[in-house]
Design a protein around this ligand. Sequence first.
Ligand code: FAD
Length: 347
Amino acid sequence: MRRTYEDRAQGQCSFHLAPVDGEPLPPFEAGQFVTVELELDDEQGGKRTVTRCYSLSDGHDPSAYRLTVKRIPAARPELPAGLVSGYLHDRAAIGTVVQLRAPSGRFVLAEDDGVPIVLIAGGIGITPLLSIARDALHRRPHSEVHLFYGTRNSRETAFLSELQELSHAFERFHLMIVHSRPDPDEQPGRDDHETGLIDVPLLRRMLPHGRHCFYLCGPPSMMASLVPALRAWGVTPGDLRYEAFGPASVASAEDLAPSPLTEPLEIRFADSGQTLTWDGCDTNLLDLAERHGVVVESGCRSGSCGTCDTEIVSGEVDYVVPPSFDVAPRHCLLCVAIPRTALVLAA
Ligand SMILES: Cc1cc2nc3c(=O)[nH]c(=O)nc-3n(C[C@H](O)[C@H](O)[C@H](O)COP(=O)(O)OP(=O)(O)OC[C@H]3O[C@@H](n4cnc5c(N)ncnc54)[C@H](O)[C@@H]3O)c2cc1C
């Protein structure tokens, strides 16, 4: 494992993971992610397996995968900082071995119909979009590629030299760096292309008239405002693809606030012998299970990695967002599923 910081603030670090057996790594489609499994110490002095997804941030290289991980601070002072990102930033070094599941995910380039490609990245959401940008520039010689990349300031802008190299190499690549909170010594126009937030008025101003295919990956606030705004602007579902890095972004992007049910549903977790009530106030079945102490392994919490895949013994579920993981018949992903009927689950 080799590691490199990608931003001046040293909050985003790339890890180059080479296979232990020296065999070539499986190819992947730009935009896909790998699922990382780590055995970390728990508070009781034992071990616990934790699972997280990380997008592949470069093109395919059979000798190593590059992941780029942002350090996640504690959400509130009384909470711990991000577990896996903290472990990788503080402890992972040359020689550290991590278990990976093969690349997967459906956030990849659509069929080539010659439509210009617009990539919109917020913060660490740049990772799949950098890989997609490279792929589009190399494999689609006739496509214009626009990348709008929003960060707070130039210290937090990752991959700057890589992006500038792409800009110099490809006239068809239009890079627009947008800083929302520039440092006092930064100059608009010199350190960024625009100051503020990426929004539809900016896109209207910068993009040529006509149809575009949009790809979006960013923090919850960006997803929650831009996805509906793009739809309202007239972007069709077929021309709008996005990926959420966590549950908040999925929920807010889809505007799926939990709503109480007049007739609650019975949910039986057969293996743990618990019968619970779904009253419509939980965001998904994983939240319901965890709130009542039903132990379920989980990873991405956004329907991507398949860790919480659970057999449905009886009943039917709906999905708040369609999983990007292929779920077997009579199974469901608890992290994005809600009950349509009473359920018996093998968990
Ligand atoms: C498809 C996909 C691709 C992704 N790609 C990338 C990528 O390329 N790069 C990247 O950096 N990330 C990526 N992610 C996000 C990544 O998987 C992790 O979610 C991220 O690294 C945070 O994990 P963590 O273990 O560090 O944080 P966690 O330990 O999961 O903590 C996250 C936050 O929750 C807070 N928290 C902890 N305990 C509680 C509690 N009890 N109640 C409330 N809050 C709590 C913490 O304080 C912290 O702020 C991706 C996610 C998905 C689904």
